[in-house]
Design a protein around this ligand. Structure first.
Ligand SMILES: NC(=O)c1ccc[n+]([C@@H]2O[C@H](COP(=O)([O-])OP(=O)(O)OC[C@H]3O[C@@H](n4cnc5c(N)ncnc54)[C@H](OP(=O)(O)O)[C@@H]3O)[C@@H](O)[C@H]2O)c1
Length: 331
């Protein structure tokens, strides 16, 4: 089958013929119809995750899939051939930039019925990130004030809608051309990050989802009220993430150190900082699919490109300019 393979860090992905996936007892073979592109794919390609996710090259990339079940492993009960599914395979079984992929049953869910394959393929990684930040870590409740940075991006565009569904008042940062778009997504306060300073405008927030890190994260702590929480998805990583990766003492020490500065600043302000690295979850995707089918959250697909262009569009991702997600399609 055809797949886009990382053969050497920093080099473009190569389209190659690779062996068919070998199906485990607890896995489902999916005929890939659409796959969302993620910054994570590009960061892995550039070698930025070598220490954390040490893939043995060659490796097929791709973290999002929507497609049709072709075959199920011997122990599978919840899916059957012909089911339309979507999912984010776990880190050790990524590879959705391919014609077919084997995905663990626990990482998959039935695709929302009301959206296209491309829309479903845009969702898993970013929607799980938004869910794990706002619901799992943030326990966001009605009436709370939430700041979502980069509201026009893949994560931000879903997180704004989820935060509104949870009953929060939502502020977001976008570039000038995306201000109306952010309001359409439901944002109550929209800040142009190039001409306005969010830290001067926003006060007494309960929760911040930061996807930029660095100074943006530091300034975000100042908009929180005492007891508030900032979740960073662009870093720095913390000890909790090292434990999620298996608790290697060297990583634990390194990540504790990397986040010590921001955690100290947070402590001084009476707020908390945590790093989140999203995890695969078919169960959470079922909850997200229900919200999609109920019309509470709409997928945001800014660009659909043919599968053959996967390598080119991935390498162009950092240029930005796309609202929501870019999706590669086999349709
Ligand atoms: N840790 C995790 O589990 C996890 C999960 C998902 C993503 N991430 C990371 O989170 C980041 C965002 O991911 P994504 O998928 O949402 O990326 P994306 O779809 O490429 O969106 C990036 C957005 O950032 C906006 N932006 C750039 N500079 C900004 C600034 N100074 N203030 C506010 N917005 C700004 C751009 O908005 P304009 O177009 O309006 O300029 C663009 O919409 C990436 O670094 C990604 O790797 C981490």
């Amino acid at each position: 089958m055809k797949a886009f393979v990382l053969t050497q860090y920093k080099e473009p992905l190569q389209q190659q013929d690779v062996p068919e996936p070998v199906l485990g007892d607890h896995e489902v073979l999916v005929d890939v119809k659409a796959a969302g592109l993620n910054q994570l794919d590009e960061k892995i390609r550039l070698g930025e995750f070598k220490q954390i996710l040490p893939y043995k090259l060659p490796q097929v990339l791709g973290h999002d899939v929507a497609g049709v079940v072709l075959e199920v492993g011997a122990k599978i009960q919840s899916f059957k051939p012909g089911d339309e599914v979507f999912g984010r395979p776990s880190n050790d079984s990524i590879g959705t930039f391919a014609e077919r992929v084997a995905v663990a049953e626990e990482d998959l869910a039935i695709k929302p019925a009301t959206v296209s394959m491309e829309e479903a393929g845009s969702l898993p990684l970013v929607a799980l990130t938004a869910w794990q930040a706002l619901v799992e870590r943030g326990s966001v409740r009605p009436g709370q004030k939430v700041l979502i940075h980069a509201g026009a991006g893949g994560v931000g565009s879903i997180a704004i809608q989820l935060a509104k569904y949870l009953g929060a008042t939502v502020a977001t940062t976008v570039s000038a051309g995306n201000m109306d778009f952010a309001r359409e997504l439901g944002a109550d306060v929209v800040i142009d990050y190039r001409s306005e300073d969010f830290a001067e405008i926003l006060h007494d927030y309960d929760f911040v989802l930061d996807s930029l890190g660095g100074e943006n994260l530091e300034r975000s702590l100042k908009v929180l009220k005492k007891g508030g929480k900032a979740i960073g998805i662009a870093g720095p990583p913390d000890a909790g993430f090292a434990r999620q990766l298996g608790g290697n003492p060297v990583l634990l020490g390194a990540m504790t150190l990397l986040s010590s500065g921001i955690r100290r600043k947070a402590r001084r302000l009476g707020v908390t900082y945590e790093f989140l690295f999203m995890q695969a979850s078919g169960q959470q995707l079922r909850g997200i699919a229900a919200l999609i089918d109920a019309g509470n959250i709409k997928p945001v697909v800014g660009r659909v490109v043919p599968f053959d262009q996967t390598s080119d569009v991935l390498a162009a991702m950092e240029k930005g300019g796309v609202r929501g997600k870019t999706v590669v399609s086999h349709l």
